[in-house]
Write a protein that binds this ligand. Sequence first.
Ligand code: HEC
Length: 119
Amino acid sequence: MRHGVVAVVAALMLGAAASFVATTAFAASDAGAQRGRIVANANACMGCHAVDRKLVGPSFQQIAAKYKGDAQAQAKLARKVKEGGSGVWGMIPMPAHQSMSDADIRAVVDWVLAGAPSK
Ligand code: HEC
């Protein structure tokens, strides 16, 4: 009897683990890009940036074009988002985002470098 309960609990846990893995795999294949867009919306990036036109900062498509083929772009731009800075596009500074996680910054920079796709 006791044995049966343990088996049922184990089966339930296995099921939960399997569906967790399935969800995670789906999120990853649905493109990290989606996550980047969500991160951008959640961190007020869109207050200063638009996908296809200059606002306070350059458009994400301009940024993607500028760094196309630059192997250092991901690292360079991740540091810029985290620490802020100015002088690349003009005198207006990009603010620092110290509280963002490195994973979120990586996702949003990947999305920007991909040309900020809507899907
Ligand atoms: C207060 C306005 C503002 C906000 C908010 C802002 N940016 Fe910027 N961003 C700028 C400006 C201005 C520049 C141009 C900086 C320069 O000329 O070096 C810039 C530049 C950039 C660049 C290009 C950097 C380079 O060196 O070429 C990236 C990438 C970027 N922003 C991403 C983001 C992301 C992602 C967020 C949200 C986490 C964000 N920005 C939020 C104003 C902003």
